[in-house]
Design a protein around this ligand. Sequence first.
Ligand code: ADP
Length: 259
Amino acid sequence: MRGDRLLYAGIDIGSTTSKCVLLRDGEIVGSTLVDTGIGTGGPEQAFSGALAAAGVRSDEITRCVATGYGRTSWKGADETISELAAHARGSHFLLPSTRTVIDIGGQDAKVIALGPGGRMVNFAMNDKCAAGTGRFLEVMATILRVPIQSLEELAAQAQRPAPISSTCTVFAESEVISQLAAGTPISDVVAGICMSVASRVAALAKRVGIEQEVCMSGGVAQNGGVRRALERALEIPIFYAPQAQMAGALGAALYACHK
Ligand code: ADP
């Protein structure tokens, strides 16, 4: 890391949220997370919000690197990198012993294998189906009429988790509605929902091959119910940094800095 007081920006324009991280001397000096929305309003807001949080101007930034699904449509970056490279780099920075990253975002899930120095060596990705992604949890939270943030607490109260057999989100939705109608407690249903996400992602992880330590990134990492269900499915501990949702933006900022 250069000790040159220069300022570097990383922006991760995801399908659901846009995140921006500003780095100076290897320290995060400003960060933001906003809904991506439609068009470039979300990324713009993430960028200006991070500048405001750090108390700096855009012309003070030495280099800005963009990543994420919307990286090519935002014109404010000097360069772009893949989400896989960004999550690998960001997660390795947050937890240097990481050898496998499980990133569950709004509309996809990725498992990334890292070499000893944190470089990506293999990956598997599901971006074709909502099952096993944050979108699945959003759909379920809407049916249950609870905020997505409460899924963790509800899952923790489960007595007898109610497994979901459907792998398709639309069929799983009907299954959840039937379980609720049959009187299954909401906590047991939520635990089953977390298990469903975990089993999809565990299958992806097994394709890549799991090396420990394993850490989660992306928004869904904040859900302890999914983290614990994944630990049970893979029979290993899963690590998680509080800044997990910012890992992609952080990785892009690190790339900007080391280039
Ligand atoms: P992307 O980069 O694809 O836009 P993110 O990594 O920012 O996605 O993650 C967004 C997803 O994380 C959304 O689907 C959101 O519902 C989910 N999410 C955020 N917080 C939580 C939480 N506490 N529990 C479960 N899911 C969450």
